[in-house]
Design a protein around this ligand. Structure first.
Ligand code: HEM
Length: 527
């Protein structure tokens, strides 16, 4: 009868040897050689020197020495889960993508939630934006919706991203703070960048201390395009709406939770999914056309703005269910590579300058982080539909072309001739473009305060008080008085009561002058 548990015996030093047999597999080297003793190095006599010849020892230690890879440059701390997307309402009239065509069809998904600023080993319950990255393994290729739990962003142009991230992460001289907004560099940068005001208000709201990943919304942030079978374009904003609703903790709870259990969000997701409480989100879309875009008070390409749901209601078209934890954190959650440029027929980009910069950044950084150009061959990143091309070689190549042809056009018949272009393949939306080549922010991006004000006044009095207290707490850690005053000068445009409350909490008197505003602040959602 095969034994279910390994046989054991004790070695001369009292060490435990567990031996293979029955269902217990044999431990081998990377070359497949069975190992007889994994407890002792090869030596000359019991007290003698270790031998260089000990290839098993050297292979084991060599591999251990190389276990670490660079952590993500942002969103380093994250936690992922597998699941599926199921379409509940067809979008076939506006989108030719398969995933939006057949109601009831399920598409495998992998989702990674993350904090942004903290390092890989930082705590979960910090005040920060949360990443909400979704990889959908569609039959037409992988589509990644790399979003956050907040619908807008700090900056309007990707060229500012390195500065923003440098300022938000630990300062280069002291290497702290690790995961808090509470420091001079962060507030210096955002108070010198009025475009950040709207997002800073969200970051000081309860949204930035979510109760768990299961109670968070997700947003694609940018305006994308849906393209239908006739080639017509419709603008779209993507939303994930948690079926459990939205919940946050209060700041005092966050501080205690971080101290008691820095893995609080990880543990919550693990326990929910492994006990069968599968979290679900509805996929929502806001659809609008050029006419709406032209009449809207803000530029739909400005990622510091949202489209109010009062003006364009969110239509729910499907559900995302997370029902399986990864077998191995590193292989899946750490090695997963989301990229905004991974799109499928029926979905296209817009000229949002943040989105266009992201399309360069992700592939570039992942080539560094995951050790070369072949990280798409790692199972978590590979498509689940057939894929063939003539890309070859590089470190760790797993899918080199088969046969003679590694170029095209070629005149070899099949199968030697290899893959060919498809008449049904991806085509970019043929947007008309003209204009001078220059470095200049669009005039239509200049209103930095109106939506920040809308956000503040949409909060309940309790939530408004939380925001004020968050500003006071975070800014009270800022050592430079001019930076505190500069931030309050922006808040004067958001809400005078908020600005006064923050100034009072900081002992700042008299109030600074309001910051120079390029545009008058609107009192409504727009015309
Ligand atoms: C990582 C979202 C802007 C560069 C991430 C991740 C998310 C995210 C969710 C983590 C992905 C994961 O879980 O593996 C966003 C959103 C943005 C934004 C919603 C604005 C709307 C930018 C910009 C840049 C950028 C402007 C650069 C120009 C990166 C990089 C990573 C990253 C380099 C690390 C990727 C990796 O190592 O795999 N971002 N991001 N992001 N983001 Fe962004």
């Amino acid at each position: 009868h095969p034994s279910r548990s390994p046989a054991t015996h004790t070695g001369k030093g009292g060490e435990t040897h567990q031996t293979a047999g029955g269902e217990t597999p044999v431990m081998t080297t990377q070359q497949g050689l069975a190992i007889s003793d994994d407890q002792n190095t090869l030596r000359v006599g019991p007290g003698g020197p270790a031998l260089l010849e000990d290839f098993h020892f050297r292979e084991k230690i060599f591999h251990f020495d190389h276990e670490r890879i660079p952590e993500r440059v942002v969103h380093a701390r994250g936690y992922g889960a597998h699941g599926y997307f199921e379409l509940t309402d067809s979008l076939a009239d506006v989108c030719r993508a398969d995933i939006f065509g057949r109601v009831g069809e399920r598409t495998p998904a992998f989702v990674r939630f993350s904090t942004v600023a903290g390092n890989k080993g930082s705590a979960d319950m910090v005040r920060d934006v949360r990443g909400f990255a979704v990889k959908l393994y569609t039959q037409q290729g992988n589509w990644d919706l790399v979003g956050n739990n907040i619908p807008v962003f700090f900056i309007q142009d990707a060229i500012k991203f390195p500065d923003f991230v440098h300022a938000a992460k630990q300062a280069p001289d002291r290497d702290f703070p690790q995961a808090q907004t509470a420091h001079d560099n962060f507030w210096d940068f955002v108070s010198l960048s009025p475009e950040a005001t709207h997002m800073v208000c969200w970051a000081m709201s309860d949204r930035a201390i979510p109760r768990s990943f299961r109670f968070m919304e997700g947003f694609g942030v940018h305006t994308f395009r849906l393209i239908n079978a006739e080639g017509r374009s419709t603008y779209v904003k993507f939303h994930w709406k948690p079926r459990l609703g939205l919940q946050s903790v209060v700041w005092n709870e966050a501080l205690k939770i971080n101290g008691a259990d820095p893995d609080f969000h990880r543990r919550d997701l693990w326990q929910a999914i492994t006990s069968g409480n599968f979290p679900e989100w509805d996929l929502g879309v806001q659809l609008f056309d050029d006419e709406f875009a032209d009449g809207f008070a803000f530029d739909i390409l400005d990622p510091t703005k949202l489209i109010p749901e009062e003006l364009v209601p969110v239509r729910r078209v499907g559900r995302l269910v997370l029902d399986r934890m990864p077998d191995n954190f590193f292989a899946e959650t750490e090695q997963v590579a989301f990229c905004t440029q991974n799109i499928i027929p029926g979905i296209d980009f817009t000229n949002d300058p943040l989105l266009q910069g992201r399309n360069f950044s992700y592939l570039d950084t992942q080539t560094e982080r995951l050790g070369g150009p072949n990280f798409t061959h790692i199972p978590i990143n590979a498509p689940k539909c057939p894929f063939h091309n003539f890309q070859q070689d590089g470190h760790m190549a797993m899918h080199n072309p088969r046969g003679r042809a590694n170029y095209e056009p070629n005149s070899w018949s099949q199968p030697a001739g290899g893959p060919r272009e498809s008449t049904d393949g991806y085509r970019s939306f043929a947007q008309e473009q003209s204009g001078p080549k220059l470095r200049q922010r669009s005039e239509s991006f200049a209103d930095h305060y109106s939506q920040a004000r809308q956000f503040f006044i949409s909060q309940t009095p309790v939530e408004q008080a939380h925001m004020r207290d968050a500003f006071v707490f975070e800014l009270s850690k800022v050592e430079t008085p001019a930076i505190r005053a500069r931030m309050v000068s922006h808040l004067l445009h958001v809400d005078p009561g908020l600005a006064e409350g923050v100034a009072r909490g900081l002992g700042l008197s008299p109030l600074p002058q309001p910051a120079a505003a390029a545009r008058p602040v609107l009192t409504g959602l727009g015309p």
